[in-house]
Design a protein around this ligand. Structure first.
Ligand code: IMP
Ligand code: MG
Length: 178
């Protein structure tokens, strides 16, 4: 079996507990359900980081939705962005109301590029919902419509979010020491 190397960091420092995250997701689910009550909602989760958030948010909705995923990667194995975003999908979203589900927005590059890519198919609307927003790190315009929590420019892990493929399984969000 292939294994990744042991994470080199000290114990991650908790930022948001599982209960706090669920509470916020309940609120987001209610808000999104109200906003999309009159149309068919197409959730598009950005893999891999959004997989847990997507699963919990979808179950917090009180309206039906269609679930899809796309794959985007911009980070290599380091804690800084490579400046390139690789996007893979087989979506058919012409005329659809799309809500992108993302784990964390940092510079905004990933969401910016994905929205541009999806707009080519002329969806009825594209909005974005992110669990964590490092707003002060923004370098590219990224129109975020729903935000779970704002965070300082920490490197965070857990609840789907990784460092070098580690820590995704943590049920809470934590930060790594600088
Ligand atoms: P951006 O393109 O600079 O906005 O970065 C967004 C992407 O980088 C996210 O989809 C994450 O996968 C990753 N990322 C940004 N900040 C962090 C972090 O603190 N921890 C882990 N991944 C991050
Ligand atoms: Mg991501």
């Amino acid at each position: 079996m292939q294994t990744n190397s042991i994470p080199p960091q000290n114990e991650p420092i908790p930022l948001f507990s599982a209960a706090e995250i669920q509470q916020r997701i309940t609120e987001l689910g209610a808000e999104i359900s109200r906003d999309y009550a009159q149309c068919e909602l197409h959730l598009v989760g950005i893999m891999k980081g959004a997989f847990i958030f997507m699963a919990d948010l979808a179950r917090a909705l009180t309206i039906p939705c269609v679930i899809n995923f796309l794959y985007a990667s911009s980070y290599g194995s380091e804690q800084t962005s490579s400046g390139h975003v690789r996007i893979e999908h087989d979506l058919d979203i012409h005329g659809k109301h799309v809500l992108l589900i993302e784990d964390i927005v940092d510079t905004g590059l990933t969401v910016n590029r994905i929205v541009s890519e999806l707009q080519k198919q002329q969806p009825a609307s594209v909005k974005a919902c992110v669990l964590l927003d490092k707003a002060e790190a923004r370098k590219f315009p990224a129109d975020i419509h729903y935000t779970g929590f704002r965070v300082p420019k920490y490197f965070v892990v857990g609840y789907g979010i990784d460092f070098n493929e580690h820590y995704r399984e943590l049920p809470y969000v934590a930060r790594l020491e600088d």
